[in-house]
Design a protein around this ligand. Sequence first.
Ligand code: ADP
Ligand code: MG
Length: 288
Amino acid sequence: SIPLGFFGGIGGASKSGVLVKGSNYLEALNNVDIVVFDKTGTLTKGVFKVTEIVAEGDVDKGELLEYTAYAESFSNHPIALSILKEYGKEVNQNEIADYEEISGHGIKVKVKGNEVLAGNKKLMNKENIECQNVETFGTVVHVAINKKYSGYIVISDEIKEDSAQAIKELKNIGVRKTVMLTGDNKVVGNNVGKQLGLDQVHAELLPHQKVEKLEVLDKEKSPKGKLIFVGDGINDAPVLARADVGVAMGGLGSDAAIEAADVVIMTDEPSKLVSGIRIAKRTRKIVW
Ligand code: ADP
Ligand code: MG
């Protein structure tokens, strides 16, 4: 049987916006050894803004933005939403064909009969398009039209207000290691990691490589310690399922993530994980 105190703990957690899907997860939160975070939408707001457009070859900036907005118009990735917002006009989706979203890479699609690729360096390499190395702290979306490199769009995201404090407090309440896994580039990843004081950053990961990294970290945890993964669910449902406790952001997060998660943070604030752990520790004192 489940000790009554657990219901108090789960209820208390839910009042502060942390939904715990069972007493076993509340118990697991007592002994967290490693916390692994996704970046976009988890430690950062996931609301990007276009900060730079660089056109090359036959297209000008306006055309580059238009092709990219069309290419992104079926995607609900935060990157796509920011580009559509910057474009600001209606997209005629009848002009779009053969749409393909390649997870961790970007988009391949036909726009007005022209093949458009919009995504990262991995996508360009995969399609044999040479692209320049852009040195910036933003996320870079490279664009190729009919296999010809046509320039790039830089977008940037902001770190959430409470992320740094959350990382600091996790350390204070006994978490030994904090890690970030991201599909974004190394410059962006390392910059965020440094600003937040994370112990480890692994960047340029595809969704299946995030699972592999999690498995390596799982072997490093202390004998009774738990491995927690915190994500927003865009591409990270497999990692959420693999951790001892999968924590999803419930506000921005996808329904699939909320389904796959053991704990849901309704307000999207990383600091709520600290609240959840504190409540778990208090509950333990009452139950035993
Ligand atoms: P994260 O790990 O930061 O949550 P994702 O796994 O969602 O990132 O995406 C990893 C990378 O793949 C992005 O940083 C971007 O370079 C590229 N990418 C993914 N989706 C898109 C898209 N719709 N348009 C352009 N690039 C994309
Ligand atoms: Mg993500």
